[in-house]
Design a protein around this ligand. Structure first.
Ligand code: SF4
Length: 101
C-alpha cells in the first residue's frame, strides 16, 4: 500500500522533470562561441556582424526577418534549423541569412 502510494506520487514528479528538461533545452540560446556560430559569423546583435568578413550583410537584416527563423513575430528568440535544439536571438544575424518572403 505504501509502495503504491509512493509510486503514484512519483509519477507527476517524473513527468514534470521530463517536461522541464525538454523546456530548458528548447530555451538554450546559441553561444557566439559555438563552433557553428563562429563558422557562420553568428552574432546576437546584427549590427555587430563582421561586415569586413561577411560582405553580404546589409543593414536591417536580422534573424527575426530571416526565412529560417522559426519564432513568432515579436519573439525575442526562436529556433533556427542551422542550430538544432538551440535558439537564436531575433536581433541576431548570421551569414546564411535569407530574407523572409
Ligand atoms: S539562418 Fe537566419 S535565423 Fe538562422 S541564425 Fe542565420 S540569420 Fe538567424
Amino acid at each position: 500500500m505504501t509502495a503504491r502510494r509512493q509510486f503514484i506520487q512519483w509519477i507527476p514528479a517524473a513527468g514534470l522533470a521530463a517536461w522541464a528538461g525538454r523546456h530548458a533545452q528548447a530555451q538554450t540560446k546559441v553561444s557566439e562561441k559555438d563552433p557553428q556560430a563562429v563558422a557562420l559569423g553568428y552574432v546576437e546583435d546584427a549590427t555587430k556582424a563582421d561586415k569586413a568578413k561577411f560582405k553580404t550583410y546589409a543593414a536591417g537584416q536580422k534573424c527575426g526577418n530571416c526565412q529560417l527563423f522559426q519564432g513568432k513575430a515579436g519573439d525575442a528568440a526562436g529556433n533556427c534549423p542551422l542550430f538544432a535544439g538551440k535558439q537564436v536571438a531575433a536581433a541576431g544575424w548570421c551569414s546564411a541569412y535569407a530574407k523572409k518572403a
